[in-house]
Design a protein around this ligand. Structure first.
Ligand code: UD1
Ligand code: CA
Length: 483
């Protein structure tokens, strides 16, 4: 199908969205890694329109600010008072002037509408030489929607809003999606002639259809194959429904491209995530933002990755990773937390109950258990013993720790930054290392042990410990006296 390039796409997003019951403007609610309005803009962009226009009104500072950041190619036009869909379009055309060519009008709250469906609407519109073509759908329950009124021969006469409809018209189940392809110049003229003579006292964009028809122009309809696509989001129940549908689409695209998703019902992948063929995603996994998972990697179960790279063949289990770079063949988790600035080179390991941030871990280096690594460089093939802590914060400032290639940090070492453990150096278990350890040396920083004989018998008399000690000492005495 060759899709004609529209002269403009106008996205209406000035409404309040009261049913969301939210401090956040409706069109900024997030699903699958994008705000509602950004889903519509992404679909619009796929049509390569010459102009992309968004009508904003309610919370215009926030919505406008968001759009300036995420969609610099879109122009925001403010509709100060929301006096109806016709008024919204009139406001745009008064500001930018009449637009020659095809103008597509859509809403900012229909995230399921696919570019392909919009393309089919445009193609049908141009093929039939219509002045306007409305996207319609047959829905099980059309309550609340405008109905498509046709004559006996099936030609579209116009659209009647539920509130203005007769009982017979309310029985029509072909609804108006609110998406239209217009001849831009005819639209500019007709939208000025829309009245407010209706139950809601608004300027209805829907009236443009009957106006153009009465002028003798061709008015058509394009029936969407799947009505789910045109359903808007008005409350949080619909938001969660749309999220489920969108997520399922994303997962199916990945699966068809060769990704194994063990349990789609518990897997959530944002639209901006890349997953290569032959990666495996285990149950309970969420991949957010710009996360990228390379071929042969396994992520999950129960892992949440945001803006994280997972290299080929890496394994990430029961982990939370945010802004981390996990190299090829790396092992993460179970139960690891990787924070921004963590970079694990090929074959490295961040094991069980390990937290890292702003840490460069060299090739083959292992941090297997119970360790915090903050603001550090760890050399190739170094080994960090269980329960080592990189003490990076002195209460005021953060400092850096360097552990050299092949170094061996003993269990329960405190590395008090700034400090360097040289290449091939060791630290003794339980040491608090505050001075640099030269290459090849062992740093020992702990008090010598002394045992106080029979302390428990004297100071904890009558306890289970004292009883056990008495027994052991008596046996020892018997053995020593040789009886
Ligand atoms: C509108 C249609 C109805 C259709 C339905 C589909 C009209 C008169 N009716 O009804 O036939 O079935 O959509 O969902 O067009 N908006 C503005 N400025 C305004 C008014 C609305 O930008 O002044 C935006 C809203 O933010 C929203 C969209 O336009 O995204 C639709 O507005 P809404 O008031 O929800 O229209 P409906 O009454 O649902
Ligand atoms: Ca609506």
């Amino acid at each position: 199908m060759s899709v004609p390039r529209p002269a403009a796409v106008i996205v209406l997003a000035a409404g309040e969205g009261t049913r969301m019951k939210s401090q956040t403007p409706k069109v900024l609610h997030e699903l699958c890694g994008r705000a509602l309005v950004d889903h519509m803009l992404a679909a619009a962009r796929d049509l390569s329109p010459e102009r992309l226009i968004v009508v904003i009104g309610h919370a215009r500072e926030r919505v406008g600010g968001h759009l300036a950041e995420t969609s610099p190619d879109a122009r925001s036009i403010v509709q100060t008072e929301q006096r109806g869909t016709g008024h919204a379009v009139r406001t745009v055309l008064e500001e930018v002037g009449p637009i020659a060519g095809t103008v597509l009008v859509t809403y900012g709250d229909t995230p399921l509408l696919r570019a392909q469906t919009l393309g089919e609407l445009l193609a049908g519109h141009e093929r039939q030489g219509n002045a306007v073509t409305v996207l319609t759908a047959e829905v099980p329950d059309p309550t609340g929607y405008g109905r498509i009124v046709r004559d006996g021969g099936g030609a579209v006469l116009g659209i009647v809003e539920e509130k203005d409809a007769t009982p017979e018209q309310r029985a029509i189940n072909e609804m108006n999606s609110g998406v239209y392809a217009f001849d831009g110049l005819l639209l500019a003229d007709a939208v000025k002639r829309v009245s407010t003579d209706n139950v809601q006292g608004e300027e209805y964009l829907t009236d443009v259809l009957s106006i153009l028809r009465e002028d003798g122009h061709r008015v058509g309809a394009h029936l969407a194959a799947d009505y789910v696509e045109v359903e808007g989001v008005n409350d949080r129940v619909q938001l969660s429904f749309a999220r489920g549908v969108l997520n399922r689409r994303v997962l199916e695209a990945h699966m068809r491209a060769g990704v194994t998703i063990v349990d789609p019902s518990s897997t959530w992948i944002d639209v901006g995530v890349t997953v290569e063929a032959d990666a495996v995603i285990h149950p309970g996994t969420q991949l957010h933002g710009r996360t990228r998972v390379e071929s042969g990697a396994e992520v999950g179960p129960a892992s949440t990755l945001t803006d994280t790279e997972v290299g080929a063949g890496a394994v990430v289990r029961n982990a939370v990773c945010d802004g981390a770079v996990i190299g090829p063949q790396v092992s993460v988790g179970p139960f690891a937390y990787l924070r921004p600035g963590t970079v694990l080179a090929r074959g490295a390991k961040a094991g069980t109950f390990v937290e890292m941030k702003n840490a460069n871990v060299g090739e083959g280096a292992k941090v297997p258990h119970l360790t915090y690594v903050g603001d550090a460089t760890i050399g190739r093939n170094a080994n960090i013993g269980a329960s080592a802590i990189f003490v990076n914060y002195d209460g005021v400032n953060k400092h850096h720790t360097t552990v050299g290639d092949g170094a061996f940090v003993g269990c329960d070492t405190m590395l008090v930054a700034p400090v360097t453990v040289g290449d091939g150096a060791y630290t003794a278990a339980g040491s608090a290392i505050i001075d640099d350890v030269p290459p090849g040396a062992i740093g020992v920083a702990r008090a010598r042990q002394r045992n106080i004989e029979k302390w428990v018998l004297r100071r904890r008399a009558g306890t289970k410990s004292a009883a056990a000690a008495e027994r052991a000492l008596a046996e020892q005495e018997q053995r020593e006296s040789g009886t």
